[in-house]
Design a protein around this ligand. Structure first.
Ligand SMILES: Cc1ncc(COP(=O)(O)O)c(C=O)c1O
Length: 373
């Protein structure tokens, strides 16, 4: 029986695992820390985590305590590094669950020492080297490292930093960050207590700055099958993991001069046909795609026309052979062809991360491939 038309984000776990294996081969002997924050960049953290951990990837990373707890509650027993700052009330549960806690400043050590934890907190120090977001600013926290190395409440497992420009062609600033990190690591090497896992590279770093791979790389976007930008090298044959699809819900003919959608931002230049798809910005199709986006129907590209609305978007199909119920690919791969998310993202001045994260909960995730049941 033919499949019922539906709007869905099809998540190909086979592609995810192939990408991960290719990344692991590329960075060996460094380890891969899969980054599955923000619901695995919109792909679904629990099914993604299950697929990954069944295939031998140990340490996972998320942004929030809540995200780590959801993984534990679903039965994922692996160590989970939390990038975000934990609040004092979250510490007892986080430590009991074995989460790896990122430290940002000396106050975090105070909080850990004042909490009743029952066991030491396993911590990773995020060192500010130029990202300008979070991480220990050594000069502002003069006693941070002496407190950490003396603390019986903390087990210092990891030390990391984060690049702000590793996805850009010009790697000068990234190398400055790396140099700052290396200078600090040289000091750490002289201490009696030092961390076992040093990590810095994100996707841009693991692709183009081999010296930043250290013991492990934190990989997000390349694992999901997208290069972080067109400016990095593209050495791995990545496969897109998400295919965002819908169907033609309605076909209509418009006379010459008929406007389409809010603001009349597109007007039919001649009598023509429009396919309506039941997807809009409430599903995660950015409104900035208005008159910019393209879709794939039966292997042919057609333009989105008129303002993207909350729930519906219009496609100009002219006199092509398009029928109600036909599958419409918004991005990703299908048997009839592929629409690269990175190209689409660049066209509307954004990044693939924002587009996959933005696919809303109204869109059903359908898992295919190994561990999809
Ligand atoms: C601290 C940290 N490490 C690693 C990553 C993964 O980055 P990417 O998806 O570019 O590999 C992120 C994501 O933004 C991050 O915040």
């Amino acid at each position: 029986m033919a499949q019922k038309p539906q709007t869905c984000a099809e998540i190909n776990l086979g592609n995810l695992l192939e990408n991960l294996k290719a990344i692991q081969d590329h960075v060996a002997p460094s380890r891969v820390i899969p980054v599955i924050k923000a619901d695995a960049y919109g792909h679904g953290a629990i099914p993604v985590a299950k697929a990954i951990t069944n295939n031998g990837f140990d340490l996972l990373a998320v942004a929030q305590f809540k995200e780590a707890m959801a993984l534990r509650d679903s039965g994922i027993a692996n160590p989970i590094l939390i990038f975000g700052r934990l609040l004092p009330h979250e510490l007892p549960e986080a430590v009991a669950a074995g989460f790896r806690i990122s430290l940002f400043c000396t106050e975090d050590i105070d909080w850990i020492e004042k909490s009743t934890l029952g066991q030491p907190a396993v911590v990773h120090v995020n060192l500010e080297t130029g990202m300008g977001r979070v991480g220990v600013i050594a000069e502002n926290n003069p006693d941070f490292f002496s407190r950490l190395t003396a603390s019986k409440a903390c087990v210092w497992e990891g030390m990391y930093s984060h690049f702000s420009t590793s996805d850009e062609k010009d790697k000068e600033y990234a190398h400055q960050q790396l140099n700052r990190f290396n200078t600090f690591l040289a000091r750490v090497q002289t201490w009696s207590k030092k961390p076992a896992i040093i990590h810095m590279a994100n996707s841009g770093g693991l692709l183009d700055i081999p010296e930043s791979r250290f013991d492990a790389v934190r990989t997000g976007i390349v694992m999901y099958g997208h290069y972080p930008s067109t400016e990095t090298s593209h050495p791995i044959a990545l496969k897109q993991v998400m295919t965002f699809k819908t169907y033609v819900s309605h076909l209509r003919s418009l006379p010459e001069g008929h406007p389409v959608s809010y603001g009349r931002r597109w007007v039919a230049g001649k009598p023509t046909r429009i396919a309506v798809i039941p997807v809009g910005y409430a599903d995660g199709l950015p409104r900035t795609m208005t008159n910019q986006g393209e879709v794939l129907i039966n292997g042919t590209r057609f333009p989105m026309v008129g303002t993207i609305t909350m729930d519906q978007t219009m496609i100009h199909v002219g006199d092509a052979s398009v029928h109600g119920g036909d599958e419409v690919v918004l991005w990703g791969d299908s048997s009839a062809g592929s629409l690269q998310l990175l190209a689409l993202a660049e066209r509307i001045n954004t990044i693939p991360y924002e587009l996959t994260c933005g696919v809303s909960s109204r869109v059903t995730r359908v898992y295919i491939g190994p561990h999809s049941s």
